[in-house]
Design a binder for this molecule. Structure first.
Ligand code: MRU
Length: 362
């Protein structure tokens, strides 16, 4: 996606063979490109959320694998690298998926061929992610077009999204935002309601930044605002991403997604979830088996931002003795999901729906 006059992906390799990322902890205030020079850098970038969003976590893990491989890496090296990476964040299944994909490819190879093959595979994984997200956009835009036609093509389609499932959360395009970007390309007017997404405010800091950079109309909403807007007919469609989708169509996404789905259900607002196949965990039937990441309580107790004097700072918002709980994700049951937008098409959020698109999983 474009930032100013330059096309960026969220992760890429430089001429020097090192990996570059956009440090997302610095947005929206500063646009900083950071180098990942070794495995520890990659692991730290995932753990400290310089990169985040399920598909981008997977892509970074793939490159982390490359950065960790010495020439002639042994099976024990593969074990060590994989173990380190999968422990960085527990909920997004793309992390495990990417590590497994690298391991499956590299382990059967002679040790001397592993490093070069790893770089090729990480690049291929990134290209696939871009193509996948583009396809999600192509399928998802039909929902936006239909909503626009329903409105008599008179005013923009109002789409509510939660957290950031835009290009910053993937290698390019995004998942939930891919249909939005596609709609703009096709001349369909859209406007996005952006949930701020406490505690880390990925909506305010990342989604709003992306949409502003693309010149797409949007308003920031407090996390509790969506239900009210839905009651007043001001949301045509909700589209969110997912960090892990069960084989039965439940979706685990940023905390607060479930409440939006409940409000959408109560107000007959369609609630769609956009995802690449790599986000489906076919081994999980029941969503209570998904590990929910618990993050530092300081993320809740403090708010970070830019002061009027230009300085970046953080302020405490609760009494000094108050403690906080910080689960980062919640599960939205399939019954509240109108449909899943995948790279292979749109399907009901159910085992049958998913298997119709991914028959090889039968
Ligand atoms: O904690 P984060 O910022 O990694 O959470 C990201 C999300 O919840 C996204 O909605 C999800 O990863 C889907 S990204 C295409």
């Amino acid at each position: 996606m474009r930032v100013g006059n330059t096309h960026y992906r969220s992760i890429w390799t430089g001429e020097d063979g090192l990996v570059r990322i956009i440090d997302q902890t610095r947005l929206p205030h500063e646009f900083v490109v950071t180098t990942l020079a070794d495995l520890d850098d990659a692991a730290r970038a995932i753990r400290d959320m310089l990169v985040r969003g399920a598909p981008l976590i997977g892509a970074t893990a793939a490159y982390g694998f490359c950065l960790g491989l010495a020439a002639g890496a042994s099976d024990a090296d593969l074990d060590r690298i994989g173990d380190l990476l999968v422990r960085c964040r527990p909920t997004a299944v793309n992390l495990r998926w990417a590590v497994q994909r690298m391991d499956d490819l590299l382990r059967p190879l002679p040790e001397g061929e592993r490093r070069e093959a790893a770089w090729r595979e990480a690049a291929a994984l990134c290209e696939e992610d871009v193509a996948t997200n583009k396809a999600i956009g192509r399928h998802g835009v039909e929902l936006i077009r239909a909503a626009w036609q329903d409105k008599g093509q008179q005013e923009p389609v109002h789409i509510l999204t939660h957290c950031n499932a835009g290009w910053l959360a993937t290698v390019d395009w995004g998942t939930a935002l891919a249909p939005v970007y596609r709609a703009v390309q096709e001349g369909i007017p859209v406007h996005v309601w952006v949930d701020e997404t406490r505690p880390r405010n990925q909506g305010a800091g990342l989604t709003a930044w992306e949409l502003a950079a693309a010149g797409i109309g949007h308003h920031l909403l407090v996390d509790n605002g969506g239900g009210h807007l839905m009651q007043h007919g001001r949301v045509d469609l909700c589209i969110v991403g997912t960090d892990r989708t069960t084989a039965t169509g439940d979706v685990c996404n940023k905390i607060g997604t479930y409440l939006k789905a409940l409000a959408a259900h109560d107000n007959q607002v369609p609630f769609y979830v956009a995802l690449p196949g790599s986000t489906i965990d076919w081994s999980v039937e029941k969503a209570d088996r998904i590990p929910i990441e618990e993050r530092d309580q300081d993320e809740v107790l403090y708010v970070a931002g830019r002061l009027d004097n230009g300085r970046l700072d953080r302020v405490r918002i609760a009494p000094p003795t108050t403690e906080a709980l910080n689960p980062a994700f919640d599960v939205t049951p399939a019954r509240l999901v109108t449909g899943l937008i995948t790279e292979r098409g749109i399907c009901p959020a159910s085992r049958q729906g998913l298997l119709a698109l991914y028959p090889e999983q039968r």
